[in-house]
Design a protein around this ligand. Structure first.
Ligand code: ATP
Ligand code: MG
Length: 360
């Protein structure tokens, strides 16, 4: 099949790499020069809504997908008239806007943070209780904790975020953050990976561990995610991020309508990676008898600076580790690659994880 991917970052790169038997041809669209996936497929360097590009994709490809959720919804809606786009423009429209996303949580009776739409600084004043903590987030174009502002009780608020449409979320004093990677086939079958436990540094994902220590919440997470997938008639990989409250319940934070950084461990740690599961589902090849199997795994993001050969050799000598390099230049807080370690059991994984962190 000829598959178009809008966005040619590392997620697109890993989707293409997942097609080991080269069953498909890929075209990637990205306005940036030399993005990671351009080393593995034909790259069209234009804006995502470029009319000539959209026509070419409609003519040449059988299905389109994304590696970046902020592609223009209208462009995808137009493309959908000719070829299937997964996830659909409808799903993208919801997931691009924190207010629409949270409204869907509410409509489906899914517990989420208390939130208020904010359109100007007066709205902010109206909703803030000086004794509480909040996070102000722009409704659109947030990633890696960007376009967010933390509001601390009785501290002066200095932000120009309210010039954009925002939502104000009450700050959740959580025990942990977990994510559920799900994949839904064209025929409506849903498969779930075990919950992954995530750690963040300065709002950016730094480490993901699977299994999490919250397997008791797996059934709840699956039920919540099923409602979301079905309500959007979603096809492909969807990731739902949750906070685990102090009382051990799930509070939905947000969704990613694509393969996700917290699922990178599945490349070596599961019998089917999130990338292959996504490609198989959008191309109609996801096995209905699939059963997801995994090994205890941990993934470390490589941020800002590449890891030296010396460190990598030290790791490789002692542990089962796999390095993924995204072919990117160093820049502060940029995701340059990741390392996955897999282990026989969770106890050994946690022990090794600490030792690996020391080396990193
Ligand atoms: P990403 O792209 O990494 O998923 P994002 O920019 O889309 O991030 P969020 O996931 O909403 O934004 O927020 C980033 C991180 O900030 C969360 O993983 C969490 O650690 C923290 N955070 C966000 N919202 C809240 C909240 N309401 N209460 C407490 N912490 C929060
Ligand atoms: Mg997030």
């Amino acid at each position: 099949m000829k598959i178009a991917i809008f966005g040619a970052g590392q997620l697109a790169m890993m989707m293409i790499q997942a097609d080991k038997d080269k069953k498909h041809d890929f075209i990637v669209i990205d306005p940036n020069p030399n993005p990671p996936a351009s080393h593995y497929a034909e790259h069209i360097q234009t804006e995502y809504d470029d009319a000539t590009t959209l026509n070419k994709i409609a003519n040449d490809c059988e299905v389109a997908t994304i590696d970046f959720e902020n592609v223009c919804v209208d462009a995808m809606r137009k493309l959908e008239k000719t070829i299937p786009v997964h996830p659909s423009s409808h799903a993208l429209e919801i997931c691009q806007d924190r207010l629409k996303e949270k409204s869907l949580f509410k409509k489906l009776d899914i517990k989420t943070t208390e939130y208020y739409p904010i359109n100007n600084s007066n709205d902010l004043e109206k909703h803030i209780d000086n004794n509480k903590s909040y996070i102000l987030k722009s409704r659109r174009f947030g990633y890696d904790g960007k376009n967010q502002y933390r509001i601390i009780p009785n501290k002066k608020i200095e932000t120009d975020l309210t010039k954009k449409e925002c939502i104000l979320e009450e700050f959740v004093d959580f025990d942990a953050e977990v994510s559920l990677i799900c994949v839904r086939s064209l025929t409506g079958n849903i498969f779930y990976y075990p919950l992954v436990e995530n750690s963040h540094t300065n709002g950016i994902l730094s480490m993901s561990i699977c299994p999490s220590s919250y397997s008791n919440l797996q059934a709840d997470a699956e039920e919540i995610s099923r409602r979301l997938l079905e309500s959007m008639n979603y096809v492909g990989v969807l990731v739902v991020e949750f906070f685990v409250s102090k009382g051990n319940t799930l509070i939905a934070n947000e969704m990613a309508p694509r393969v996700h950084n917290s699922g990178h461990w599945t490349i070596e740690g599961a019998n089917i990676s999130q990338f292959l599961a996504h490609i198989n589902s959008i191309s109609g090849e996801l096995n209905n008898d699939l059963s997801i199997d995994y090994m205890p795994s941990v993934m470390f993001n490589i941020l800002s600076e590449h890891i030296s050969n010396k460190k990598m050799n030290m790791l490789k000598n002692d542990y089962d580790v796999f390095l993924h390099d995204y072919h990117k230049a160093e820049r502060k807080d940029r995701k340059l690659g990741h390392i996955t370690h897999i282990s026989k059991n969770r106890d050994e994984l946690i022990q090794n994880m600490d030792a690996i962190l020391d080396i990193l």
